[in-house]
Design a binder for this molecule. Structure first.
Ligand code: AMP
Length: 207
């Protein structure tokens, strides 16, 4: 029987362009942390498959993929990572990037993840975010970064649907980190929050 213990997790929450993926990837390179981006999970789908087409239908408009589809795909993806021994929930802290993305997803995931900390990457300057996303569009060729109207819609979806996720969790788990700064400066602040969480829940993976 599969183990149904919730994953010990931390969540990055922030508008598009605040650096969730950048910070998540760096953390994921540290032994004991496992980074999972739902955007990356979706982008890895074959765009010609039914699932891939379903994702593109929403993402090219800057909209969220429906909750039931997203959470069940995420569950299947986690099960595959565990079966392939890529993720070990007993020894690694799961770093979630891009999920939960609205209050309903937070509710659906309540029994599946134990959210120890939320890093709220905060940037009040939307102009700065639009600039970062435009730069990423030229570097990574993401279609949802290329059009300003889609970028604006994603920022709106963040304000209206994702930011309210914070209200789902107790205030004591939320740490707000200033997302304006170099990636290294932001990383310093993120590690100040997350290194103690890792130490409190997991053994040193190198000892
Ligand atoms: P991201 O890379 O996190 O910016 O995600 C890119 C796109 O993937 C989003 O604009 C959504 O269309 C979709 N997506 C990623 N995560 C989720 C989620 N948790 N719920 C619904 N849609 C998502």
């Amino acid at each position: 029987m599969p183990d149904s213990t919730p994953f010990q997790s931390v969540v990055f929450l922030g508008a598009p362009g605040t650096g969730k993926g950048t910070q998540g990837k760096v953390l994921g390179a540290i032994p004991g942390f496992f980074h999972l981006s739902t955007g990356d999970m979706f982008r890895a789908l074959d765009p010609a498959s039914d699932l891939g087409r379903e994702f593109l239908k929403y993402s090219i408009r800057g909209e969220l993929v429906p909750d039931a589809f997203t959470v069940s795909l995420w569950q299947e993806h986690m099960a595959k990572l565990i079966a392939a021994k890529k993720f070990n929930p007993k020894s690694e802290l799961l770093v979630l990037d891009g999920i939960p993305r609205n209050a309903n997803q937070a509710k659906l995931m309540d029994g599946l993840v134990n959210v120890l900390r939320i890093v709220h990457l905060d940037c009040q300057d939307e102009g700065e975010l639009v600039k970062r996303l435009q730069l990423r569009a030229t570097k990574e060729g993401r279609p949802d970064d290329a059009k300003e109207e889609v970028v604006r819609r994603r920022l709106e979806v963040y304000r209206e649907e994702t930011k309210p996720v914070l209200a789902h969790y107790p205030e004591r788990v939320i740490a707000t980190v200033n997302a304006v700064g170099t990636p290294a400066e932001v990383l310093l602040a993120v590690l100040n929050v997350l290194a103690p969480v890792h130490t409190a829940h997991f053994a040193n993976p190198l000892s």
